[in-house]
Structures are given as structure tokens and as C-alpha cells.
Write a protein that binds this ligand. Sequence first.
Ligand SMILES: CC(C)(COP(=O)(O)OP(=O)(O)OC[C@H]1O[C@@H](n2cnc3c(N)ncnc32)[C@H](O)[C@@H]1OP(=O)(O)O)[C@@H](O)C(=O)NCCC(=O)NCCS
Length: 155
Amino acid sequence: MEEWPAKNCTQVMPMPDPTSPRQPLTGPTSLPDGSELVLRVMPLPADVNGNGDIFGGWLMAQVDLAGAVLPSRVAKGRLATVAVNQFIFKQPVSVGDLVSFYARIVRVGNTSITVHVDVYAERNPANLQVVKVTEASLTYVAIDSQGKPRPIPKD
Ligand SMILES: CC(C)(COP(=O)(O)OP(=O)(O)OC[C@H]1O[C@@H](n2cnc3c(N)ncnc32)[C@H](O)[C@@H]1OP(=O)(O)O)[C@@H](O)C(=O)NCCC(=O)NCCS
């Protein structure tokens, strides 16, 4: 597996060999820190802001969706986002970037689960670059049918 940049660096990667069945044509499905790929998406021209970069709100919405994937497996039911603890836009995202969201659970409380999300953009396919564009921490609460917090199942 290609080593994926773990820090806020820009890395030029060799182009994958499309004839090799064992080499993924996109970035890995997990990171060395145990984070799992939970979402991969390409923004559209409709998602740009006045500068021509991707609107921060688009990225926040995707991070909220991506961050909920692992907690929903653990909570086995409805969730609500209770807090965005941290959100750092490290680099702009552009139309045509392939954006990958990697998540890992960092805390399981009584009724809440906190997740760290790292976001990488793959760009310039002719000379592939992988850029860490965002990192965030979010907390989700397991809720019952009344929208009230419920305990996270232990099993
Ligand atoms: C999520 C919600 C059900 C929680 O209800 P609540 O009565 O505030 O819940 P509690 O105070 O009992 O806290 C529940 C858990 O959330 C955690 N929590 C509450 N506020 C938090 C905050 N600001 N940051 C991190 N964790 C928080 C608590 O620590 C607790 O975790 P634990 O049980 O694991 O210890 C309620 O706040 C709600 O419905 N919020 C709106 C959710 C929503 O619409 N989200 C989408 C926004 S666009």
C-alpha cells in the first residue's frame, strides 16, 4: 500500500499502473493510524465560492456525513451531531479534486461518540498529488425515537 501523507503535506505520488490488478487506482482504504475510508466524492462546479475554490460549507456538510458513518455502526440507530469540536481548513479544494474522508473513533462515552476526520484531495492526475485539506473533530449523540440521548450499546 502507498504510504499516505499523515501530516499537512503535499506529496507527489507516482501514477498507479492501471494494468496491475493489485494496485488501487485511488488512495488507500485505511491510514496507518487506523482511520478508515468512509466517503469519497468529487465536488461539482456548483459547489464553488466567489474565489473559485470549493465552498467551505460544502466540505463541512461532507465531513458531517462522513463522521457519522462509524458512530452509526456503533450506536446501531439514530444519531444527532451535537458538536463540531474542531474544524481546520488546511488547503483549498478545487473542482476536479477527488476528495477522500478518513475517520476514526477517538472516544465512546455514555451516549456520545467523538470522531476524528482527515480529508485528502487527489489532484492533477497527470502528476498525481495528494494534499491533506482538512481535519475535524465531531461528537455525535445516540438518540431515541423522541430525540433524547440513549446509551451507546455495549456489544
Ligand atoms: C444532541 C441532543 C439530543 C443532546 O441532548 P442533551 O440533552 O443536550 O444531552 P446531554 O447534555 O445529556 O449530553 C449528551 C451527550 O452529549 C455530550 N455533549 C453535549 N454537549 C456537548 C458538546 N458541546 N460537546 C461535546 N459533547 C457534548 C455530553 O457530554 C453527553 O455525552 P456522554 O453521555 O457520552 O457523556 C440535543 O442537544 C439536540 O437535539 N441537539 C440538536 C441536534 C441537531 O439538530 N444536530 C444537527 C445540527 S445541524
